[in-house]
Design a binder for this molecule. Structure first.
Ligand code: GLU
Length: 553
């Protein structure tokens, strides 16, 4: 038996399986030609970040658009950074936005698929099996350096170009079996390190699917593969998991790009076929004239839960994510107005190299568009569900008369040019406030040619004229008819030609009525508003406005 094999058996006496056992347990996937397997593999260290949702969407689309597999793996090897309910926050957040996985973790304690377990803490035996095989080949070794010894190396390396455990600094690289045995028998803690075959003079070149060709020096560091508690580092777990789960495309944050030489080396020493990499730049945000990363600490919108709480429908957030995911999405959308997002030909290569820019105003515009195409019943149902959770006042208003609430939301909807007033459900309380006496706040400020003097005349006349059984044309004809006797004109063009001849035009007359009834100068269709307010409220509000303007004279 070789010394290496002896060492492997000594270090891992309980590991009886071999890498071949796992190769057989997790066979190559049988998928159509060109099908890609990608994953989202977050660490449950906090809430789901917008950048995480963005990356997960990219990974899912990469798989879906090639009839491949998208799976969710939980990387929970760093127990110190883990937070309670971290897995739930991630799975729930992803599911809410429709990023469901074909395989992997589907809830706190539930997994599906044949390549699991998909939670790293449940895979320790697998990692140790591969670690043992590396030791048996002389490609990994135990290291007994204490934290203090490692700090000394760091201090000694201040002037070195390459920092880390390598060359003359790799003190435990060549310990004999006896030395190792004595240390372990003496109860010394050990980590397992890669015996890096790298050469400082050599470079590796790889083709990142987003960033293009990248050239970097080979890895020469003897990195830690297993920590002192036997749990793997990210690097080692990445190689073993993405190989055994038969991942073809690793789509992840570009903070990992510097580790690619190490990862490619790990795939090689483990005898694995390398995966393809696509590194996503962080989501950026415009701030005080410059760009910076969207930050967990500074930006509430960095947390995916923010969109849920604000009531951005998931359709809007998805649509917005597509606009920043691929540069050609908006052209595609213009040409395919009603198409489902899943029909978009997503391409990793069209992702931003330097970082997509998050723009709240743009998200709101996208969302207004999306909401404007929804039927009133859907707007009502979704916003009612939201309100029950986040805005009890709105839920209460709705509950008074759900049909009336739906009718209010139906104003200026389902026509050729629907209004785009609502970006998120939390806009609704303000948007509909004047439709309820409980929330109506009068405001009598006028605009255009409307003056308090004209307002008094218009309202006095309108109180006599208004008839809630009128259809829209009759209603408007009555308003037009009011114009001439009041010294106004029903013809805006005519007014523009000779403004000095008139006190105002039909628009000013409507504004006065609108302001009296709603407290606003800009609202959806006034006829529909009037009809839904009802005779009693309309008359009461007109009288209150009349009183106000009279006092102003
Ligand atoms: N758990 C790693 C992280 O959250 C995942 C990186 C990867 O996708 O490989 O950064």
């Amino acid at each position: 038996m070789s010394d290496y094999q002896k060492l492997a058996d000594f270090l891992f006496p309980n590991i009886t399986k071999t890498p071949e056992d796992y190769e057989n347990l997790y066979p190559q996937r049988t998928l159509p030609d060109g099908a890609r397997v990608s994953r989202f593999s977050p660490s449950p260290t906090g809430y789901l970040h917008f950048g995480g949702l963005y990356a997960a969407t990219a990974a899912k689309l990469n798989a879906v658009s090639t009839n491949g597999i998208f799976y969710l793996r939980i990387e929970d090897t760093d127990k110190k950074r883990e937070v309670a309910d971290g897995v739930f926050a991630i799975v729930d957040g992803l599911n809410y936005f429709g990023i469901t996985a074909d395989e992997g973790v589907c809830s706190e304690n539930e997994e599906k698929g044949n390549y699991g377990p998909y939670t790293q803490s449940k895979r320790v035996e697998i990692y140790q099996t591969f670690a043992k095989a590396l030791v048996a080949q002389g490609l990994a070794y135990p290291c007994f350096c204490s934290e203090t010894a490692l700090n000394e190396i760091r201090t000694a390396q201040e002037k070195e170009d390459i920092k880390g455990y390598y060359g003359k600094y790799a003190k435990c690289r060549n310990l004999s079996f006896e030395e190792i045995k004595t240390n372990i028998d003496n109860g010394m803690a050990w980590t397992l390190r890669l015996k890096s075959p790298g050469d400082t003079a050599k470079k590796i070149i790889f083709d990142d699917m987003i960033k293009g060709k990248i050239e970097m020096p080979e890895n020469v560091i003897d990195v830690v593969l297993l920590k002192a508690d036997g749990v793997p580092t990210y690097h080692f777990a990445h190689a073993v998991d993405d190989h055994l789960m038969r991942t073809t495309h690793v789509i992840r944050g570009d903070e990992w790009i510097a580790s690619v030489p190490l990862h490619i080396q790990l795939f090689k020493v483990l005898g694995f076929k390398p995966v393809k990499y696509a590194h996503i730049a962080p989501i950026m945000k415009e701030d005080e004239g410059g760009k910076r990363k969207l930050s967990k600490r500074k930006d509430p919108e960095a947390a995916v839960s923010y969109y849920v709480e604000q009531g951005f429908p998931k359709e809007s957030v998805s649509e917005y994510i597509f606009t920043i995911l691929n540069s050609n999405f908006e052209d595609w959308r213009r040409a395919n107005k009603d198409a489902d997002l899943s029909a978009f030909p997503f391409n990793l290569k069209k992702m931003s190299v330097s970082g997509a820019l998050f723009d709240m105003a743009k998200l709101c515009d996208v969302s207004k568009n999306v909401i404007s195409t929804m039927k009133a019943e859907k707007v009502f149902a979704l916003s009612y569900e939201w309100a029950k959770m986040y805005c009890p006042q709105l839920a209460e208003l709705y509950a008074k008369d759900t049909d009336r609430a739906t009718a209010i939301l139906n104003i200026d909807r389902e026509n050729k040019k629907p209004r785009k007033d609502i970006a998120k459900w939390s806009d609704i309380p303000d948007y509909i406030s004047y439709m309820y006496d409980d929330t109506f706040v009068p405001c009598y400020t006028l605009c255009g040619n409307a003056t308090p003097a004209l307002a008094v005349k218009v309202i006095e006349k309108y109180i006599d004229t208004v008839n809630l059984s009128d259809d829209k044309d009759t209603w408007f004809a009555r308003i037009k008819d009011m114009c001439e006797p009041l010294g106004c004109t029903a013809n805006v063009k005519e007014f523009k030609q000779n403004p000095e001849n008139f006190k105002g035009h039909v628009g000013d007359v409507s504004t006065i009525i609108r302001v009296a009834l709603t407290g606003r100068t800009n609202t959806p269709d006034l006829y529909s508003i009037t009809a839904l307010l009802g005779q009693e409220t309309v008359i009461a509000r007109l009288n209150a406005a009349l009183k106000h303007y009279k006092e102003e004279l």
